[in-house]
Design a protein. Structure first.
Length: 138
């Protein structure tokens, strides 16, 4: 379970970054130009989001030292997606329809199934792949 702790931190920072970017967009700025927008009041949300993206990247890279990419990426994106949907509904008052909820449940069930492999399992160099794809090469 310890191998997932760093991944959880990464996905929380990633979700926070997206939420802060949305807050930055909502706060708006009448300032013209990118630098003026970044350093305006709404720019503080933007800079916070940018910092969270950076921290998410650092922790995600750290997680990839021990967690397989085939598990880390689906977990990172789907759980982050779930967090963002809930916050979008509760904080930003965005509408969520039944299709979105059903899709989210299907995504989370799929990721749960994918993540049932040991997070650090790997093939040995001499072991055959689980799936063999044959091509008709001359």
């Amino acid at each position: 379970m310890k191998v997932y702790a760093v991944l959880v931190v990464a996905l929380i920072f990633n979700a926070a970054a997206n939420i802060l970017m949305k807050q930055s967009a909502n706060a708006g700025s009448a300032a013209a130009g990118l630098l003026a927008k970044v350093f305006s009041a709404s720019g503080l949300w933007f800079l916070g989001g940018l910092a969270c993206f950076g921290l998410a990247l650092v922790f995600y890279r750290w997680a990839l030292e021990t967690v397989n990419l085939s598990i880390a990426y689906p977990v990172m994106t789907s759980v982050g997606y779930a967090i963002v949907i809930v916050v979008s509904f509760l904080v930003f008052k965005e509408a969520i329809n039944l299709k979105q909820v059903a899709g989210l449940v299907l995504i989370l069930v799929g990721v749960f199934l994918v993540s049932q492999q040991s997070p650090t399992a790997s093939r040995t160099p001499d072991s055959p792949p689980a799936v063999v794809i044959k091509t008709d090469e001359p």
